[in-house]
Structure formats: C-alpha cells, structure tokens
Design a protein around this ligand. Structure first.
Ligand code: C5P
Length: 239
C-alpha cells in the first residue's frame, strides 16, 4: 500500500512519460511532485491527469514575485487542484501572508481542500561563496532557521528543506509544521549528484514529514521494487 509520506518526483518533460511512470508504479505511490520542467512543458494537463488517477500533487514552482502577483498565482494553482505549493520565503512576510489568504479564499470559493503552502528557505545549492556574493550575512544554517520561523509566522504550513536541516527546523517551528525533504538516498541507491543526503529512515527520525524521492525510483531497474524497499524503510518510523 502507498505511504503518503512518500512523494515521487516526476522529473520528466512530457505527459506520456508521466503516464508511463504512474502506470508502472500503480497503487504503490499516491503522491507526485510536478516541477518546473514538467509544468512548463506539459502544463495543467499534467495535474488533471494525476487527479484523475486519484494522485495527490505537490506543485513545486517556487513562486517569488510581488505579493499581488504571487497571490493570483496561488489562486490559479489552487483551482488546478494542487495539494502542496512552494514559494520563496525571501519574497517576504507580506508576499507569504497574501499567498496564504489567496489559498484560503480560492479553496473556499471552489469548496475544495485548501492547498498547503511550503516555503523555500535557502536553496541547498548555495555554498558559502555564493551566499556571501548575494549579500548573505548570517551563516546559511542560521538563515534557514530564521526564514523557517518567518514562514511560520507569515501563515506558511511548512518548508522544503535538506534532511540535514530538518532537526533544527522541527525544534524551532514545532510539531505541526510540515517539513518536506528532498536529498534522500535509500541505503540501496547511488548518490547521483546529491551531496547532502540522508536515508528515508534518518530523515523521518530527524523530523521530516514527507520525503521527495526521484532518481532512486525513476531510474531504478525495477521502480516498483525500489518503492517497496523505500516504504519498508519508512514504515520503521511511525507517522
Ligand atoms: O535527487 P532526486 O532525483 O531524488 O531528486 C528529487 C527531487 O528533489 C528533484 O526534483 C530535485 O530537483 C529536487 N530537489 C533536490 N534538492 C534540493 C531541492 C530540490 O533534489 N535541494
């Protein structure tokens, strides 16, 4: 059976590829992540297809603009039926507040479940040099926690974070805050280009609410078997 703490990343560029993967994985996966590559290529049809298949959708478009524009964007994405939507906390408190209001209003009007909004704090691709070059002053780790707290205070439901940051965020933001972590490598998988990685079990132990996993499943020689092994690892930690 599917575990809704597992979100499989659909890092493909066409609806045909999505259909193939979703069909292959069948009932073992209930949650999928649609990112920029897929959404910009195949658009809202992808979301409609996933919803027809009874799958939950994490729409990872990392919105970042003036508050009004982001709020309108969130309204449109709520209409599409995404369950999780990402935006950049560096857009500031007003942007996040307006986005949260827009999600609530659009969901009420449509009588659908309100999507949860997740903030991105500092992209894990930043190293100290890039961080300083763009004006960062606090150590990255402190900035991550600072932005996570700001996101919570501004009405965000959670954050996307490295599994290595999960513990500090959980301590700072409490039990009800969602922490969604990519950068997961099950014990049987290759690291690929991920450097700061954790196993499914250790990420959940450190406080992650949901795990985003791509290549260890999508590039596995037997993807359903990879899912089965991952779910087994996850089941060791209670929901
Ligand atoms: O590495 P893997 O194929 O498991 O990637 C899973 C997803 O998480 C991808 O869509 C990737 O873009 C995303 N992601 C990540 N690391 C981050 C942020 C997002 O791997 N720091």
């Amino acid at each position: 059976m599917a575990d809704d703490r597992l979100i499989v990343a659909l890092d493909v560029a066409s609806l045909d590829d999505v259909k193939e993967l979703v069909t292959t994985l069948g009932d073992s996966v209930s949650y999928y992540k649609v990112g920029m590559e897929l959404f910009y290529a195949a658009g809202p049809n992808t979301i409609s297809y996933l919803r027809e298949q009874n799958k939950s959708v994490f729409l990872d478009l990392k919105l970042h603009d003036i508050p009004n524009t982001v709020a309108q964007g969130v309204t449109s994405l709520t209409r599409l039926g995404a369950k999780l939507i990402t935006l950049h906390s560096q857009g500031g408190p007003v942007m996040m507040e307006k986005a949260a209001e827009a999600a609530t209003k659009a969901a009420q009007e449509l009588q659908v479940e309100r999507p949860k909004l997740l903030a991105v704090t500092v992209l894990t691709s930043f190293d100290d040099e890039a961080w300083t070059a763009t004006g960062g002053q606090l150590p990255i780790r402190d900035q991550v926690v600072k932005l996570a707290k700001l996101a919570k205070a501004s009405g965000m439901d959670g954050v996307v974070a490295s599994p290595l940051e999960a513990k500090a965020i959980r301590e700072a933001c409490g039990e009800d805050f969602l922490i969604v972590t990519p950068g997961i490598r099950p014990s049987f998988a290759a690291a690929n280009d991920q450097k700061r990685i954790a196993t499914p079990k250790s990420a959940l132990q450190d406080g992650a609410s949901k795990l985003v996993i791509g290549r260890p499943i999508t590039k596995a020689s037997n993807p359903p078997e990879a899912v089965e092994l991952i779910i087994k690892e996850m089941e060791a930690i209670n929901k």
